[in-house]
Design a protein around this ligand. Sequence first.
Ligand code: GDP
Ligand code: MG
Length: 302
Amino acid sequence: MLIPNAPEGFKSGFVALVGRPNVGKSTLLNALVGQKIAITSPTPQTTRNRLQGILTLDQAQIILVDTPGIHKPHHLLGETIVHNAIGAISAVDLVVWVVDSTVALGSGDRFVAEIIAKAKVPAIVGLNKIDGAPSEAILQTYRDFAQGQPWEPLSFSALNDIGLEQLKTALSDRLPLGPYYYPPELVTDQPERFIMAELIREQILLLTREEIPHSVAVTIDKVDEQVKITTVMATIHVERDSQKGILIGKKGAMIKEIGSQARLQMQKLILGSVHLEMFVKVQPKWRSQPSQLQDLGYRKEK
Ligand code: GDP
Ligand code: MG
């Protein structure tokens, strides 16, 4: 893929999507780039790693950084998440502080706003979920909060594609002049394998809900691309035997369902047939051990 020379007046830069968990950052990333590259779920803390989405317009290339939701750390995995989120914010050209406009501004939002203010980066206050008919009073509290900061409020719905064209324009207007950083047809910096692993993790989150989420990691061990079908071998890592039991389910029903749903998503990703084989491995306390975190792809960034 070739990186073209940018025409005169072309703008480009990095935009971080920041906000407390579950406000719709990953949904927004997918909607802006027009393809599912970030997994989403009603369970908070779905996103673990930094993921870049690339949106190339005629006049600009916007590199969107999806950050994990910011929250107070409880264990090592949490600390890594917060550290990476703060790092992401100070390095970018612009921040979209994404909030759920159907919910009153709370301490979680304030925590995020303080971090953005400290990073001294220009921001757009993204009033998401406008389809949920938020009250004028709540909208006004967010707008008031943005006053006194160089932050501009904009409302939209990431899920229902409302107001996203205005958002794209607002983003590209605020970026500095710059080159194409990536080929225009690329939508993410992540390899396909990473997204495949995430698609499996998404189904685990969706299908097992509270029982599993925070102690699961997925690795893709092998991708064998043949003309007619692509075989994907994956391992699901959990911390306890009981979790393995839940994942496998009665007579293997749960793992079968996870597999068939994830396989459908993978087929959309690669535009071809997929045969998916999964193994469940018990690996006690992987979350607290830095070396294991790294093995599983959760890296602490400098
Ligand atoms: P994140 O944790 O901030 O990345 O949030 P997600 O993108 O995973 O979304 C959390 C939940 O909010 C999911 O169930 C989404 O479908 C939902 N959601 C996201 N955007 C919207 C929106 O514009 N309207 C509505 N009604 N729901 C949304
Ligand atoms: Mg997310």
